[in-house]
Design a protein around this ligand. Sequence first.
Ligand code: UT7
Length: 336
Amino acid sequence: MLLQQSGFGIAVTGSGSCTPQVTLDNNGLSQMVETSDEWIVARTGIRYRRLADDRTSLCDLAVTAARRAIEMARLAPADIDLIVLATSSPDDLFGSAGQIQYQLGATKAVAFDLTAACSGFVFGLVTASQFIRTGVYQNVLLIGADILSRWVNWSDRGTCILFGDGAGAVVLQAAETDSLLGFEIRSDGTQNASLNLAYKAESKALIEGVTIGQGGFHPITMNGQEIYRFAVKKVPEVIEKAVFRANISVAEIDWLLLHQANQRILDAVAQRLNIPAQKVISNLANYGNTSAASIPIALDEAVREGKIKRGDTIAAAGFGAGLSWGCAIFQWGASK
Ligand code: UT7
């Protein structure tokens, strides 16, 4: 899978992010469930998370993040050809990307949702890049956004301490040189039960002999230890595979940008790959696990802080429900 072959390269030219105003700290959580700031910090590294109130929609967060990314790329919304919204918590199960297209004024863009939980951003990056690589589209907006607070069981201390809400976005553009160096994305449905936000139906008879199932989605359930083990085993492997495809070495990675799930996972993955801590991007202390939004929020912060510079090589890896996991290796910014 030599990406450069088709002749259409990809440049990542803009980033943006948006998180809700409301902050919940660990002490606030300890008023709700039996936990403590010490336990949460020691086991996860998380201190704060931002939560969307009932007036804040997923589209609100996504549109703000998207506008910032489009502005950084020096484009106008009307220049965008395609919008991919990676989310597991849309405002509308029929999809929220169309509403975002409308609110942005991205009049010529086609827009759709993509669901791959916490791997959504990486899966979205790979998906979006195919449209550029084949020469079909030039300017693509990729958004990762989730409001998992809508779906957390706030009395389950094993999960409610982890999640926060937010949105991040990037603009991908057709370019002569190719900044998407390699990728690898994977799925394993055999472990699906380890992390669910499942629909549960109740039987309802419409007329004699015609029964349908109607119910709703139930809060997130997770086997934390299983997911932890899965992440520290599979994420280093998939990064190594993507590094191989990119034809670089692990030492050439400037920034390890993992899905921000747990500091211990970030540390363990970096250690397995022999990547020094200074190269690991981490902002989960402030936001917790924002699912599909965590990678683009962390990317955007690091870019705006001046940490990530043009030409830097980034290994972005997502992992989560499905189970799904994947890594994309790309260089930041338009080519010089
Ligand atoms: O996007 C992917 C999403 N998911 C993840 O990334 C989750 C990956 N897993 C994890 O991050 C960790 O497994 C957790 C942070 C969820 C849990 O940490 P752990 O070190 O695996 O703890 P544990 O589940 O083994 O629980 C250890 C103890 C248990 O008590 P006992 O049985 O030893 O008495 C739990 O009941 O800690 C207890 N516990 C808590 N105590 C205080 C579990 N949650 C809490 C809590 N506060 N919030």
